[in-house]
Design a protein around this ligand. Sequence first.
Ligand SMILES: [Zn+2]
Length: 266
Amino acid sequence: MRRRTIVSFHAHPDDEALLTGGTLARAAAAGHRVVLVVATDGEAGLASDAQLTTDLGELRRRELDRAAAALGCARVVRLGLPDSGWRDSTRADGAGFSRIDPVEAAAGLVDVLREEEADVLTTYDPAGGYGHPDHVQVHLVGAVAAARARTPVVLEATLPREPLHRLVRVAARIPGLLDAVDPTTFAAAFTPRSRITHRIDVRGHLAAKRAALGAHASQASSDVGPRTVALLLRLPEPAFALVAGREWFLDRRRPGLRTDDLFDGL
Ligand SMILES: [Zn+2]
């Protein structure tokens, strides 16, 4: 087996565990080099009132280190760009990762891709999953960086849209569960199932994925509505396997491809 290098690019600490944790753990366990690049420290992320008295960015940096260790990452790079925040927590000064010109914002990622001679870069789908502006920006910046560094394979982490949309419609009817979520947002979120190229079986790496999610404690104890991390960690083992046992990617240069292999085509 040839040892490959995968660079996984994310907006905030915890995104790596949620969207790609099993895939990264699987690649690392198989002996590949896994490098995590996170654009922001997530300092504008939702947290409980108690945590707002501490430095949330610093707390989330430590959580990211623990998560990366659980996944077997060889290196963690923080670009230290400002977290744009989300809806009601949006930064008042209008600064933020999502507002930086993608070409300018890509510089740090280009350096890492070149240093590492990366075989694969993971980014996000153009919708930014559920539409967080920093996630949309990961898609744009990732595309610019991969082109500049000539990274051969770019995989956009995503979810199949249809089952998620169904789930959100059902959950929205349960009072208190998803009060902050507008179910219509999900009609255009993520990627139609028919376009997904990589369906990665990560059931053998769920312990690592769960440990990585658990490392992001500040995101599991929010006072402001339910958080995905918290919901996932509350699931009993079989349900967790069902929800978290697969991860999905789109390689837009190879439509029609169907594979379980992250390094397919290299
Ligand atoms: Zn995020």
